[in-house]
Write a protein that binds this ligand. Structure first.
Ligand code: PLP
Length: 366
């Protein structure tokens, strides 16, 4: 049996007619950029997240960059973040001339709030919690710390669309929520895409200008901006998919529960937390023989990934920041043990059980 890590074509098949009809309609009208489709998606997405506004942008990295510009991040500033994110969480800060400050994570892979205060300096401007793998960071504690030190919280919600703490959704806790609509995300478009959510009128107005060359109107640019708009066709695709998202996420959760129940006695599995809904953008196990297990699964037709083998603070790009091996023990330990198993709404039960069977077999043999 072959089990690919993702299979995007299957989701497309199920909604192909809706997407083709919409593509045809927009193409006939010639409405490609900053039109009604984008506005409609933004309305639907803000409603879904429970925020006042949503602004479609070019990708998740731009969602972070534009948020950081909107909070007026300056060159001498520092931004606290976990050491285990995707590189974009860090480079968006570094490319604005500011300094990413990496701290360690908890067992759930999310930033450890108890380490934040000791990393705060007079230059700290913001915290970027990342809801890693689709599980919410401890936003209530993080927001309390931010309030105490007068810091902004920019949520990196790239992996967590639809996740929540109680009834409050990802992207509605910080000054902004930054989403990616990249093809590997639970809600994705046919290319790159991103969204910023916010409840703040001032941030909303700045970000809307920033994404469109800093323009206030056709001819007047008020600030140095970017060309970072979510195309109408991509917005329309995201809008078609949004009503399906909760159903897809439910399937992710169901698959995660099957994996966890079957594997919890032989490998380290993600633990469910009371009051948090994780949408399992990634399902990561931890195994002391990770590389051998990955190879064994590959030989049996099962594709897995390591997200990610090199932590942020040990990336070559970050070398000038002066971190060394041993600085973030949990991040470093997890990076050697983690393995992401296939998880997507279209994964079949026989495939799920085949993966489980092969992991059990590996544990008997090795
Ligand atoms: C945690 C995290 N932050 C930021 C990004 C960047 O998003 P994008 O690839 O849409 O720029 C991603 C996705 O790749 C991500 O997983």
């Amino acid at each position: 049996m072959k089990v690919p890590f993702v299979n995007l074509g299957l989701q497309y098949q199920a909604i192909r007619n809706q997407i083709i009809d919409k593509f045809d309609e927009l193409s006939k009208k010639g409405e490609y950029i900053l039109g009604e489709e984008l506005e409609n998606f933004e309305k639907d997405f803000s409603k879904y997240c429970g925020t006042k506004f949503a602004i479609g942008v070019g990708n998740g990295s731009d969602a972070l960059t534009l948020s950081l510009r909107a909070i007026e991040l300056e060159k001498q500033n520092e931004v606290i973040m976990p050491g285990n994110s995707f590189i974009a969480t860090a480079w968006t800060v570094a490319n604005l001339g500011a300094k990413p400050v990496f701290i360690d994570v908890l067992e759930d892979f999310n930033i450890d709030p108890s380490l934040i205060e000791q990393a705060v300096t007079k230059n700290t401007k913001a915290i970027i919690p990342v809801h890693w793998t689709g599980r919410m960071a401890n936003m209530l504690q993080i927001n309390d710390i931010a309030k105490k030190h007068n810091l902004h919280v920019v949520e990196d919600a790239a992996q967590s669309v639809g996740a929540s703490i109680g009834l409050q959704k990802s992207g509605s806790f910080g000054i902004t929520g930054c989403f990616s609509l990249h093809p590997l995300k639970n809600l994705h478009v046919h290319g790159d895409g991103g969204v910023i959510t916010t409840n703040d009128d001032k941030i909303y107005n700045i970000v809307k200008k920033l994404r469109n060359h800093g323009l206030k109107n056709r001819d007047t640019s008020e600030l140095w901006g970017y060309n970072s708009r979510l195309d109408n066709i991509q917005a329309a695709i995201a809008r078609i998919k949004l009503p399906y998202l909760d159903g897809w996420n439910k399937k992710f959760i169901e698959i995660a529960n099957i994996y966890s129940n079957e594997l919890k006695n032989i490998v380290e599995v993600p633990k469910e937390e009371k009051n948090k809904i994780s949408i399992y953008h990634r399902y990561m196990i931890q195994h002391p023989n990770r590389d051998k297990l990955k190879k064994f699964l590959q030989e049996n037709g099962i594709e897995t990934k390591i997200n990610y083998p090199i932590p942020l603070h040990l990336q070559q790009a970050a070398s000038s920041l002066g971190y060394k091996i041993g600085d973030l023990p949990n991040v470093e330990k997890q990076s050697k043990l983690i393995l992401s198993l296939p998880i997507y709404a279209e994964l079949e039960y026989n495939q799920i059980h085949y993966i489980i069977e092969k992991i059990k077999k590996f544990n008997q043999v090795f």
